[in-house]
Design a protein around this ligand. Structure first.
Ligand SMILES: [Zn+2]
Length: 243
C-alpha cells in the first residue's frame, strides 16, 4: 500500500492495521497505540455520528469513557464492562442478532472493553453496521476514515512521532524538539484540546514556527484546512507530550 492509497481508502481495518504494522526495517518493533488513543478514536467517531443522540446507552458509555480518558481512571471503564455486556445480551434478546440495536450495543461494549487497542477500529465499524441503511452512511464512512488518520498519524511519515524518533528513522521522520514547547505553544495547544477549538490550528502552526519548528509534517497538518481533527489528534498529542 502506498501513502496516497492510505490517504484515500475508507477501509477502517486497512487504515488501522497499516498504521500499526508499518516498519522501516524488519527488525523494528511494531508501533503501538495506547488504550487512551484507541478509546479516543471510538469517542471521536461516535461524537461525529448524529444518530448517536438517540442511543441512550451509548451516550452513557461515552460519558464514562470520556471521564476515564481525561482523568486517566481506567477502572471506571472496567467497572462499566459488565453493564455493557448485559446490554448486548438484552439487545439480542429484544431485537435479534445483527440488528441495529445489537450493533449499537457492540459499539458501546467495544468502547469500554479492555484491550481495545488491538481492535481500535471496531467502534466505528459497528456504528457503520448500525446505520447501514441511513442516508448519511457514505459520508460517515469517509468521516471515520479521516478521524482514524488524524488520531493514528501518517505511518509513512513516522506515525505518532516520538516513539519513532527513538529509532532514528532516516526517512519520513517526525521529530519534535522540547524547546518548541514555549509557553505560547503550550497555552494554545491546551486550549485547542480542552475546548476542541480545532479552528485555531493554523495559529498554533505560527507559534510553533516562531519557536523554531520547521517540521513539514507537523506544520502542514496544522495548516491544512481540509483535514478533520478531534481529541487525540496526533500533532496536538505530540505538542502536549501525550501518548
Ligand atoms: Zn489533527
Amino acid at each position: 500500500m502506498t501513502e496516497s492509497q492510505w490517504y484515500e481508502t475508507t477501509d477502517l481495518w486497512e487504515i488501522y492495521h497499516r498504521a500499526l504494522a508499518f516498519r522501516v526495517r524488519k527488525t523494528d518493533p511494531y508501533p503501538q497505540i495506547t488504550r487512551r488513543v484507541a478509546v479516543l478514536i471510538g469517542l471521536a467517531c461516535l461524537r461525529a455520528t448524529p444518530q448517536v443522540q438517540r442511543q441512550t446507552f451509548v451516550l452513557q458509555a461515552m460519558e464514562v469513557a470520556e471521564a476515564a480518558v481525561e482523568n486517566n481512571q481506567w477502572q471506571l471503564l472496567d467497572d462499566f464492562g459488565p453493564q455493557a455486556q448485559q446490554n448486548c445480551y438484552d439487545a439480542v434478546a429484544h431485537s435479534g442478532i445483527d440488528t441495529a440495536p445489537h450493533f449499537w450495543a457492540l459499539a458501546a461494549f467495544r468502547l469500554v472493553d479492555r484491550g481495545i487497542e488491538l481492535y481500535g477500529w471496531h467502534v466505528p465499524y459497528f456504528v457503520l453496521k448500525a446505520i447501514r441503511r441511513a442516508a448519511n452512511i457514505e459520508r460517515m464512512a469517509q468521516l471515520f476514515a479521516h478521524l482514524l488518520r488524524d488520531l493514528l498519524g501518517n505511518p509513512f511519515r513516522g506515525g505518532r512521532g516520538e516513539q519513532f524518533e527513538k529509532r532514528r528513522r532516516k526517512r519520513c521522520q517526525t521529530t519534535f524538539f522540547p524547546p518548541w514547547r514555549t509557553s505560547d505553544v503550550m497555552l494554545l495547544a491546551q486550549g485547542i484540546y480542552a475546548e476542541r477549538a480545532f479552528q485555531r490550528m493554523p495559529i498554533l502552526a505560527d507559534a510553533l514556527q516562531e519557536a523554531g519548528c520547521d517540521d513539514d509534517a507537523i506544520l502542514s497538518h496544522l495548516r491544512d484546512s481540509s483535514l478533520l481533527h478531534d481529541r487525540g489528534c496526533w500533532v496536538i498529542d505530540l505538542v502536549l507530550n501525550r501518548s
